[in-house]
Write a protein that binds this ligand. Structure first.
Ligand SMILES: [Zn+2]
Length: 81
């Protein structure tokens, strides 16, 4: 196939909805080295569904987003009157 380099200008994309579809990838799992296939929206997965269950990974992402620093209440002996 022919290929060439083209210049891509910088541009911003407005918020919009886009319909994306899943693709089924056939690949070898990096953890158990079993050839498997997996349906994903994103790029080629690295691990099979047994090693990386989809729900568990989603939960871990949610947890990391929630782990924000919180304002602490410090108890002090000093009274501000
Ligand atoms: Zn695996």
């Amino acid at each position: 196939m022919a290929s060439k380099y083209v210049n891509v200008r910088e541009y911003t994309v407005r918020a919009h909805k886009r319909l994306i579809r899943t693709r089924v990838f056939n690949f070898v799992c990096k953890q158990c080295n079993q050839s498997t296939k997996r349906e994903t929206y994103g790029p080629r997965p690295l691990y099979c569904e047994r090693c990386r269950p989809p729900q568990a990974s989603r939960k871990s992402i949610m947890r990391s987003q929630k782990a924000k620093p919180r304002a602490m209440v410090y108890n002090s002996e000093i009274d501000f009157n």
